[in-house]
Design a binder for this molecule. Structure first.
Ligand SMILES: NC(=O)c1ccc[n+]([C@@H]2O[C@H](COP(=O)([O-])OP(=O)(O)OC[C@H]3O[C@@H](n4cnc5c(N)ncnc54)[C@H](OP(=O)(O)O)[C@@H]3O)[C@@H](O)[C@H]2O)c1
Length: 344
């Protein structure tokens, strides 16, 4: 079996990462890479790191008939998939969308964080939130996947085990201090994201609330008690290219030492290939280029600290989307995703 895959938004960072991973996937093949700006150009003209590894050229539209793909990844900006996904689904083609268009169940949350709710949002109930470690059964029985945001992936993985076990105290807020590298902002430079601004800077942003908060709240509420209003989520920009690092500070219902915390996380993730429980702190350098989420814990008595590091473009985007594709097509989840990192 070879799954024929197409990528929309293939000239961008997430699209390029999908291509890099699919070219090495033993059971899938990228057959079409769609770009408005690069149609007719060879892939290597944009993604120079893929030179000699593929002869594909960017096209402006999806092939039809015999060449029609069996799965489509949508890696365009916010607002694109809401129009692009429904016709694909109507043609019977499964869709994995990397944008936020179909992640939120609540139209009110969508409106608050993304603006007016478009007509295509009516298709949201067809979509499953594509975090395999929490929702793999729903993914397996769906044809429409809303792949999680990068901050959301790290934050949910950090909090879900304590949340599900009912170990989070109600009275005090849970704090999530989250840091991202610059590739999270995509390929087009802006005054706050281009290299001279970012290279030696460290600052907080989205001070009035980050868009990933509602998907964190919705997911945690699905696995445990209501989460709305209980999390203080603050994002920061760090001088990294790739990487998300999250420190969650969690008030507990009762004191737990480090061993007790580790037991909760071992129970939750011991069987998960892509979540590695580490001693001490995880490190974004150790997960760079990989689909791993490294997780560590520390205890301050009745307050837990949970640390997670991921690569925003892999476990936070393309790798996780391919993990969901593997589930959709009945493949073992690590298929094509056992990349080692590069270190140092
Ligand atoms: N970067 C990350 O770490 C990350 C993590 C998780 C999720 N995501 C999500 O993945 C998606 C892609 O992110 P990215 O970082 O790869 O962005 P990007 O680097 O800006 O790439 C997006 C690509 O989409 C195409 N595009 C732009 N405007 C479009 C439009 N109006 N209609 C159709 N295509 C358009 C562009 O290609 P052409 O102009 O050549 O068509 C562009 O190269 C976003 O929704 C983002 O939120 C990104």
């Amino acid at each position: 079996m070879t799954i024929r895959a197409a990528i929309f938004g293939a000239s961008g960072y997430a699209g390029g990462e999908l291509l890099r991973l699919l070219l090495d996937h033993p059971k899938a093949e990228p057959v079409a890479v769609i770009s408005r700006s690069q149609a007719g150009q060879p892939v290597a003209a944009v993604h120079t790191h893929l030179s000699r590894l593929t002869d594909l050229e960017f096209t402006s539209a999806l092939p039809e008939g015999e060449d029609e793909p069996e799965v489509v990844f949508l890696a365009g900006p916010h607002g694109y998939a809401v129009d692009a996904a429904p016709p694909l689904l109507d043609r019977g083609i499964p869709v994995v969308d990397l944008s936020a268009d179909f992640r939120l169940k609540s139209a009110a949350s969508f409106e608050r964080f993304y603006g007016p709710v478009p007509a295509g949002f009516a298709r949201q109930p067809e979509f499953v939130y594509g975090l395999p470690e929490l929702f793999r059964e729903q993914i397996a029985s769906s044809r429409a996947i809303a792949s999680p945001g990068c901050f959301a992936t790290a934050s949910i993985l950090a909090l879900a085990p304590l949340w599900r076990a009912g170990l989070v105290a109600d009275g005090a807020p849970v704090s999530v201090f989250a840091i991202t590298g610059s590739s999270g902002a995509g390929v087009t430079p802006t005054p706050t994201t281009h290299h001279p601004r970012r290279a030696s800077a460290f600052f907080a942003y989205a001070l009035d609330g980050h868009r990933h908060l509602p998907e964190i709240e919705e997911s945690l509420s699905t696995v445990g008690g209501p989460a709305a209003g209980r999390i203080v989520f603050q994002t920061h920009s760090a001088p990294l290219v790739r990487g998300i690092f999250v420190t969650a500070t969690v008030p507990l219902t009762a004191a737990m030492d480090r061993d007790a915390l580790r037991a909760v996380y071992r129970e939750a993730y011991g069987h998960e290939f892509f979540v590695r429980l580490v001693d001490g702190s995880p490190d974004v350098a150790a997960v760079k280029g990989t689909n791993f989420a490294d997780l560590g814990v520390a205890s301050s008595g009745d307050v837990a600290r949970v640390f997670v590091a991921i690569d925003n473009l892999v476990k936070g985007a393309a790798g996780q989307a391919i993990q969901a594709m593997n589930i959709l097509f009945g493949l073992p989840e690590p298929t094509g995703l056992k990349m080692s990192g590069v270190f140092p």
